[in-house]
Design a binder for this molecule. Structure first.
Ligand code: NI
Length: 131
């Protein structure tokens, strides 16, 4: 599976963006509010790397506790797959469990994503791209 991005928790997205720009990252998308996950989100790229800045907007956000625990920190790598249900099924045999159900993500033009947890690897994200 190809890597799509590295997910990065940030406390203040408007402060994080110029900090990444200082290191040579460029904005790839505007900041989008994802209501389902309660986050502001944007993508930045440097060479062939892409980071996804994720900023919880309230205590109800699914990543609020993670951000409190980890501070400003990378927290998942996202992999591209062709069929999310098939891939989840395969990864289950390798010890992954679903962190949430596959759902459409506004930041990806409503392509499907799903988060999984592995006991010795932590969190990964799957992004379905099948065109
Ligand atoms: Ni992500």
């Amino acid at each position: 599976m190809q890597i799509h991005h590295i997910g990065y928790l940030v406390k203040k997205i408007n402060k994080a963006i110029p900090a990444f720009e200082n290191l040579g990252y460029k904005m790839e998308s505007d900041i989008v509010f994802d209501e389902y996950r309660g986050i502001d989100i944007c993508f930045m790229t440097k060479e062939h790397y892409r980071v996804e800045l994720v900023c919880p907007k309230s205590k109800d956000s699914v990543v609020y506790e993670l951000q409190k625990k980890y501070g400003n920190s990378p927290y998942h790598i996202c992999y591209i797959c062709e069929n999310i249900e098939d891939e989840v099924e395969k990864l289950r045999d390798s010890g992954y469990v679903k962190y949430d159900e596959p759902h459409e993500a506004i930041a990806f033009s409503n392509k499907k994503v799903c988060f999984l947890i592995h006991p010795y690897l932590g969190m990964i994200e799957l992004l379905e791209e099948n065109e």
